[in-house]
Design a protein around this ligand. Structure first.
Ligand code: UDP
Ligand code: MG
Length: 310
């Protein structure tokens, strides 16, 4: 069986379109399908649409969160409830073309060693250039400073075998960055490339700053390089200070003590003060993560569902 996991946040218009599109290619998949829609605290009629759909079709299931927990939480909830030997994660806005599933499934059938077929956008048409620029920068950076390899343009849309899904479920951290977790669990993954598709209905729920802070999440969750940078820079500043101290003492001994150098002193104090605050800020980011992690709060809370626990 194939489980399709679909996080939905204010998607009343997209859901019927998505469902129709997948049902259309269903025959070519030659397998039983279950849908697991996750209503991530939508404010529109998403829940009603899902209730109706699940009443008409027995292979449609839904979970409805008690509030908006974010796409990452929705993904986790979906994976937890999926029963299929194959599991796929899709956006409901049809930016993940359902037709690709046929090819992805064939690839898994041909190559038994393969555990996962991911998808990768080769173009970023229809996206503001500044966003593409920062996205590129993010992937360059994260791949330098983190052990896991994150593929530029890779989407969450992927078809996985059960073994990989179980591995992902073992990763129970609260601060979830799926792109990183998918890469971190390992397993053999190939990427299918396709051209960017724009969403069919509704609007994206991400603005630039949300994406920016999402990328910071990625860095803090999957790399401790910022801490190391703060450490090395602090050490360098200390060594430099010692060196300068020596110079100042020697100069005073040789040339006496002319009181000058006020401006340079102020700039040094400002620089060091700023740098200390920055380092504390970096530390704070990580401590914040530890704080949230040690609370051991549930990743999501289901308010309503038509599905039993696995
Ligand atoms: N989504 C969600 N919770 C959120 C935000 C988004 O479940 O808090 C879902 C949304 O309904 C969609 C998918 O995540 O199915 C991707 O969202 P969107 O299309 O807004 O992101 P983009 O494609 O622009 O990156
Ligand atoms: Mg989208």
């Amino acid at each position: 069986m194939l489980s399709i996991i679909i996080p939905c946040f204010n998607e009343e218009e997209s859901i019927p379109l998505f469902f129709a599109a997948v049902e259309k290619i269903k025959k070519e998949l030659h397998t039983e399908i279950e849908y697991i829609f996750i209503n991530d605290g939508s404010q529109d009629r998403t829940l009603e649409v899902l209730r109706d759909l699940s009443q008409s079709y027995s292979h449609v299931h839904y979970l409805s969160f008690s509030r908006n927990f974010g796409k990452e939480a929705a993904l986790y909830a979906g994976l937890e409830h999926a029963r299929g030997d194959l599991v796929t994660v899709m956006d409901v806005d049809l930016q993940d073309p359902p037709e690709l599933l046929i090819e992805m499934k064939d690839m898994l059938e041909v190559d038994k060693d393969l555990d996962c077929v991911g998808t990768r956008r080769t173009t970023r048409d229809g996206e503001p250039p500044i966003r593409s620029f920062f996205a590129k920068l993010f992937y360059k950076l994260i791949n330098k400073i983190s052990q896991v390899e994150m593929v530029d343009g890779a989407r969450d849309f992927r078809l996985m075998r059960r073994s990989m899904v179980d591995a992902i479920l073992e990763v129970t951290e609260y601060n979830r960055f799926s792109k990183g977790i998918f890469a971190w669990v390992g397993f053999k993954t190939t990427y299918l490339e396709y051209k960017n598709v724009e969403r069919v209905a509704g609007t994206t729920s991400w603005n630039f700053w949300q994406l920016f802070s999402y990328s910071l999440e990625g860095i803090v969750n999957f790399s401790d390089a910022p801490l190391a940078i703060a450490f090395v820079a602090g050490l360098t500043a200390c060594l430099l200070a010692f060196l300068l101290m020596g110079v100042v003492i020697l100069r005073t001994l040789i040339f006496g003590d002319p009181t000058s150098g006020w401006p340079s002193l102020v700039s040094i104090i400002l620089f060091l003060g700023g740098f200390q605050l920055l380092s504390i800020g970096i530390l704070g980011k990580y401590i914040g993560k530890i704080f949230m992690e040690t609370k051991k709060r549930p990743i999501y809370i289901v308010k309503e569902s038509n599905k039993q626990e696995r």
